[in-house]
Design a binder for this molecule. Structure first.
Ligand code: SAM
Length: 290
């Protein structure tokens, strides 16, 4: 179906059901066939694949996923959309519509129950923007059996997730994400392809989940504390940012740790790569143990 077709059908479906979209739930429905094609290509699905979709809305992306994958489980929070989705997919037993909040559902269980025999397992979604980072961090930190994640998110967030050290967009979420996944830019998405149109542009990115992290740290929690503290006050030197007590050590020890890790204490947190954060973390860990 062409763009006018998808946009027209979206408006018609909403009007027929008397549905007013809720901004508070980030409801901006995608109506562009080419962007859907690009998301599908990035997901690389096949008959053995299983997909977790977050926020199916009225099913524009779900329809495509259902055609390409062996199993689809789609989690939607808005109870008004559940009957629409159930009737759209009533003849397709491999599509499982689940009513719930993706932030509180037991996702391990959901994947085990519905996608247990699938390979690869992917999360594909046009995410609600009000809750993008928490959803993404949940998908990554829970170490779910996912092979890749293809998401449409706000363009600025996509730029953060794919940024290089030292650039303006590089932040703690960039480094944290890189620990779990390799991130790729797929495409930019203009605001006018959504109904209703959001204020901001979007982008699609793909995250290839790593089998194991690219750096070895003895204490993962300490690594994430170091990363957060280093980005906490962007204009501060690493020495100052890390000596505020967040990692439990004062200036003298932090200065020694940084020098021993081969890092100039005057550098700013936002210039460090994940590998350098790992060096600092392991040195700090050694100091704490002695
Ligand atoms: N997938 C559709 C599309 O591409 O046109 C709709 C995407 S829309 C940006 C986001 C969807 O996520 C909405 O349908 C919204 O109701 C749903 N949603 C919002 N918060 C959610 C949550 N916490 N858990 C599950 N779904 C949620």
């Amino acid at each position: 179906m062409d763009e006018v077709g998808i946009a027209g059908r979206t408006r018609q479906l909403l009007a027929e059901r008397g549905l007013r979209l809720k901004k508070s739930l980030g409801q901006h429905f995608l109506t562009d066939r080419r962007i859907l094609d690009q998301m599908m290509e990035a997901a690389g699905l096949g008959p053995e694949a299983g997909v977790l979709e977050i926020g199916p809305g009225i099913g524009a992306l779900t329809e495509r996923l259902a055609m390409a994958a062996g199993q689809v489980v789609a989690v939607e929070l808005d109870d008004r959309l559940i009957p629409v989705l159930n009737s759209l997919f009533s003849g397709q037993p491999h599509v499982h519509i689940v009513h719930g909040d993706v932030m509180s559902l037991d996702l391990s269980r959901l994947l085990r129950d519905h996608l247990g025999n699938c390979n690869p397992i992917c999360a594909v979604a046009n995410l609600p923007y009000y809750v993008t980072s928490p959803i993404l961090m949940r998908l990554l930190e829970e170490k779910l059996p996912l092979d890749r994640i293809v998401i449409m998110i706000q363009k600025e967030v996509a730029e953060r997730l794919t940024a290089s050290p030292g650039s303006k967009a590089y932040g703690s979420i960039t480094v944290a994400t890189r620990y779990y996944a390799e991130t790729e830019w797929v495409t930019r998405v203009p605001a006018h392809v959504f109904v209703p149109q959001p204020q901001v542009d979007s982008a699609v990115i793909r995250l290839n989940i790593r089998q194991r992290p690219p750096v070895e740290v003895r204490d993962e929690a300490l690594l994430f504390r170091v990363i957060r503290a280093s980005f906490g006050q962007r204009r501060k030197t690493l020495l100052n940012a890390l000596s505020t007590g967040v990692v439990g050590e004062g200036k003298e020890i932090i200065s020694r740790v940084l020098l021993e890790a081969g890092i100039d204490p005057k550098r700013r947190g936002e210039t460090l790569s994940l590998e350098e954060f790992a060096l600092v973390t392991n040195r700090l860990d050694e100091v704490a143990r002695n």
